[in-house]
Ligand binder design. Structure first.
Ligand code: NAD
Length: 282
């Protein structure tokens, strides 16, 4: 039976390490989270981000704007944050209301302050193996794989999902770690067959328990990025956890796996952005 990878504990250790590094700086790295409207799910995320950032010694604040904010006003706010020397990281919480184009907003953020790693410049840097800011969730997955003792060079890794925020950067990071990577998605012909070849399986599709136990190879390391709320109100992953448990070597639970790592990596990115921007030795 699989080792359960305790993402909460790994994230706590990562945050404690970051807090120590922040305490040693002559300034507090600045993070601004911008929220437009009152999407309840993002409300929880934003509060958790703020709390974790403050606890680790960051200068963090949330800027809440009304749901009917005009795109031009949001862009003007981002321009002010870009120009503010005390701000190291800017995160605009998605989704945005329909009158605002998410692409325009993402591209307005200074790539050096883009702690979500969503700006095309940072996506391009990742794909061209240049240093840059890497999206938080796939970065957290890499931490968990190392924590689980995964031997990455040469390993067959399968990523389920090809989104801009998880699947694609996940492909780049696994490739940079010398895995042999397959990206499977909604048009993949034989999803179970692709999964069964995986020594490392990362599921990021947003379909509750899509991955069945018999899709998981004996001894695989399974990282479940999915967060799906069922009709019963319970959170489930993209992997049928109880079925996969006896076959996998290691597996992340939902909740308590990848989720806590995302926020920890946001803080890590903010610290990295601060050090790079202020030209301090890392
Ligand atoms: P998305 O909807 O943008 O992308 C989903 C991807 O999965 C697409 O590329 C699509 O091709 C693929 N897909 C969808 N249905 C499929 C199917 N039946 N078979 C094969 N492939 C299929 O989603 P996303 O933003 O990448 O998020 C994926 C999941 O991860 C969601 O559950 C989301 O809530 C979760 N998530 C968690 C965190 C975290 O912090 N843990 C962060 C981001 C996203």
């Amino acid at each position: 039976t699989a080792t359960i990878i305790d993402g909460k504990a790994v994230a706590e250790r990562l945050r404690a390490g970051l807090a120590g590094r922040v305490a040693a700086l002559p300034f507090r790295p600045g993070l601004r989270v911008v929220r437009v409207g009152d999407d309840p799910a993002s409300g929880v995320y934003v509060r958790n981000k703020d709390r974790a950032a403050l606890a680790a010694g960051f200068d963090s604040a949330t800027i809440a704007l009304p749901a009917d904010t005009r795109e031009s006003d949001l862009l003007a706010l981002i321009a002010r944050l870009n120009a503010d020397p005390a701000v190291d990281g800017i995160l605009v919480q998605l989704p945005l209301p329909p009158q605002i184009r998410a692409d325009a907003v993402i591209e307005a953020v200074d790539p050096e302050k883009d702690v979500d790693g969503f700006h095309p410049v940072n996506a391009g840097r990742l794909a061209s193996r240049q240093p840059g800011l890497v999206p938080c969730t796939p970065k957290g997955v890499m931490h968990l794989l190392r924590e689980a003792g995964a031997r990455l060079p040469g390993a067959r890794a399968v990523v389920l999902g090809r989104s801009q925020i998880v699947g694609r950067p996940m492909l780049q990071l696994l490739l940079a770690a010398d895995c042999t990577v397959t990206v499977a998605h909604s048009r993949t012909r034989d999803l179970p067959g692709e999964c069964r070849r995986a020594e490392i399986l990362v599921a990021a599709v947003g379909q509750s328990e899509l991955v069945r136990g018999d899709w998981v190879a004996e001894g695989a390391i399974v990282i479940d990025v999915g967060i799906n709320r069922g009709p019963d109100g319970k959170l489930r992953g993209d992997v049928a956890f109880a079925e996969a448990l006896p076959r996998a070597a290691a597996i992340t639970p939902v909740p308590g796996g990848v989720g806590p790592m995302t926020i920890a990596c946001l803080l890590e990115n903010t610290l990295e952005a601060a050090i790079a921007r202020r030209r301090l030795p890392s």
